[in-house]
Structures are given as structure tokens and as C-alpha cells.
Design a protein around this ligand. Sequence first.
Ligand SMILES: O=P(O)(O)O[C@@H]1[C@@H](OP(=O)(O)O)[C@H](OP(=O)(O)O)[C@H](O)[C@H](OP(=O)(O)O)[C@H]1OP(=O)(O)O
Ligand SMILES: Nc1ncnc2c1ncn2[C@@H]1O[C@H](COP(=O)(O)OP(=O)(O)O)[C@@H](O)[C@H]1O
Ligand SMILES: [Mg+2]
Ligand SMILES: [Mg+2]
Length: 321
Amino acid sequence: MSEESKTRYRIGYALAPKKVKSFIQPSLLVTIILRIDLFPIQTTKPLIDQLPFDCIIHKSPDPEWRNQLEQLLLQKPNIVVIDRPEAIERLHNRVTMLQAVNQLEIANGFSIGVPKQVSVENPQSLIGCVASSGLRFPVIAKPLLANGTACSHQMSLVFNEEGLRGLNWSQPFVLQEFVNHGGVIFKVYVAGQHIQCVKRKSLPDISEVKLGVSENSVSFSQISNVTAQDQSDDGVEKLIEAAELPPSSFVTEVASQLREALKLNLFNFDMIRDSSVEGRHLVIDINYFPGYAKMPCYETILTDFFLDIVHNKPSVISKDC
Ligand SMILES: O=P(O)(O)O[C@@H]1[C@@H](OP(=O)(O)O)[C@H](OP(=O)(O)O)[C@H](O)[C@H](OP(=O)(O)O)[C@H]1OP(=O)(O)O
Ligand SMILES: Nc1ncnc2c1ncn2[C@@H]1O[C@H](COP(=O)(O)OP(=O)(O)O)[C@@H](O)[C@H]1O
Ligand SMILES: [Mg+2]
Ligand SMILES: [Mg+2]
């Protein structure tokens, strides 16, 4: 029997309880039910005993999970796991996550890159580090580790050397140049070959005047994690509405090349338009298995993606990471 003519498929998922709640919504189950059954994997029990699955999807904070998965991949190298643990691992570090962006080759008058950034292992070595690394204030201090904890989203916008001195962080972090971009970010969701770009709230632009009179630093966390409809601030809502999305051909090109370079199927990336260089866009963050339910038409997009996987469509990246 060919994979296409098989009527039902089993997909196993290993997700944190919060993720199960946000991702496996009744509206997804209704859409998926005709062809696919979704089964929770018990990360505390041997994975091998819970087979068979046509595919496994996962984002589990359980440290035992990665071991389990690697064992299974050794014993059954042909099992379809979306995505490979070593490919996901690259996104847990804010330096390695952005390395792939510099390999992308985009034509047609647009360009893609990342903001200048430097990694700081030891906060003692901070002073003078901005000037010596060629960075310019303001900068954003971001925890190096992007492992899904609340801490890993805790950031500081630093306006001057005094602000750097006040940082007092004990963990390694990166200092990334803040780039004016009109106060709106583009979040590009990728599920295999399916791509959706949405607009979200961001930090407002900082003028030279504001830089001169501002406080030394400001802390913030998950600024973009509010949809346009939820915005209580009318001005922000209007700003988001007025912002023009980048051309879809450009977004598709960046997303497809990034998917190949990262060898991942399920991720999103945050992209900003550099206000000072025509056509220049910068990727500032890449997240594994993000909050897909906030993406328009998530139910049909994810169902189509799961069907691509179980039908063994070559467009799905599943091996040779
Ligand atoms: O929970 P949500 O829906 O806000 O999704 C979070 C993402 O929001 P987004 O879809 O980009 O708006 C969020 O994206 P940002 O880092 O805020 O850009 C992360 O992907 C987050 O996962 P983690 O904490 O980094 O492991 C995601 O959290 P988890 O659901 O994976 O815990
Ligand atoms: N280099 C930058 N220039 C301007 N704004 C930025 C930059 N980096 C991050 N931001 C803003 O800070 C927010 C959080 O940073 P991000 O790297 O996406 O962290 P997180 O992983 O917590 O989402 C972004 O959504 C954007 O609004
Ligand atoms: Mg982000
Ligand atoms: Mg992130």
C-alpha cells in the first residue's frame, strides 16, 4: 500500500504541558481528525515501547528526552523525527542561531543579515567592549542561552557605558546593536514548505536626541508577544496596521534558504527592516516550535504539513542533519 493511500497516520508528540494546551487546540483536532491521530509521548517511559509512530514531533524541556530520542535514532535510523535534536540545539544559543543567516544569498535588490553583535563570557570584561568591538550604542544585552526559560527572554536595552556597568549579569550574554526599524517586527512562521509572515509590536525607534537624554538602561521581556488585535494602545495598533509587509517572494526565499541551512522544519524567525538602508532586513531571533496557534490558519497549515511528512514528501527535511 502506498503512503498516500493509507487512511490513518499516528503522530507522537513530546511537548511541555503549556505547549500541549496552546498547540493541540480543539480547532486543530477537528481539522486533523480525518487522517491523523495525535498521541502524547510519556517522556518518563521508554520511547521504544510507545512505537509505532509515522512521525514524532517534540519540544520537551525534560533533560532525559534528548537521550531517549538519540537512543531511538540509533536503533531505528529510519524513524521520522521532526526535528533532529542537534539541529534544534543550534537555536539554543544566540550566536549559533544566527550563523546560518550569513550564508543566505538573496537577489532582487533586497538583502538579509544580522545586527552586529559580540558575545560576552565574563561581565567583568564589559567596559570598553562596545567601542573595541565596533558596536555603537544603544545595544541590547540578551542572554546567550535561548532555552525557553523566562530568564532567557529577559533583556536590557543599554544606552551608554554607565548602563553597561549597571548590568550585573552573572550568566554569559550577547551585546547586539539596536537597529531602528519603525517599531514593528515581522514574524515569519515556517512549517516545512508552508510559510506565513505576520506583523508584531516591537521596541520603538531611538533618535540621537533621545539617546542623549535617556536613562542608562531599560529592562524588558517578550515585547512582541501580543497580537495586533490584543493591543490596548491605539497608537501601536495603527503603527502595526500601517507597516508594509516585505514582499512575499523575499520572505519565501529567506525562509526556504534558512530552512535548508538550519535543517529544520518547525521554527519561526523575527525579522526587522533596517530604517537606514533601503531593502536591508535583519534576522534578530530564531525560535524552535514557536506558538503556531497565533498564526492565521494554523490548523490547516499544520495539517497540510503533517500530511506532507507522513506522505514522505521530499520537501520535508527529516534526515542527514
Ligand atoms: O507560547 P507562545 O505562543 O508565546 O510561543 C512562544 C514564542 O512566541 P511567538 O510564537 O514567536 O510569538 C516565542 O518567540 P519569541 O522568542 O518571543 O520571539 C518563543 O518561541 C517561545 O519559546 P521559547 O520560550 O523560546 O522556548 C514560545 O513559547 P512556547 O510556547 O514554546 O513555550
Ligand atoms: N537588534 C535589535 N534591534 C532592534 N530591536 C530588537 C533587536 N533585537 C531584539 N529587538 C527587539 O527585542 C525583542 C526581543 O528580542 P529577541 O531577540 O526576539 O528575544 P526573544 O527570544 O525573547 O524573543 C524583539 O522582538 C524586538 O522587538
Ligand atoms: Mg523573538
Ligand atoms: Mg526567541
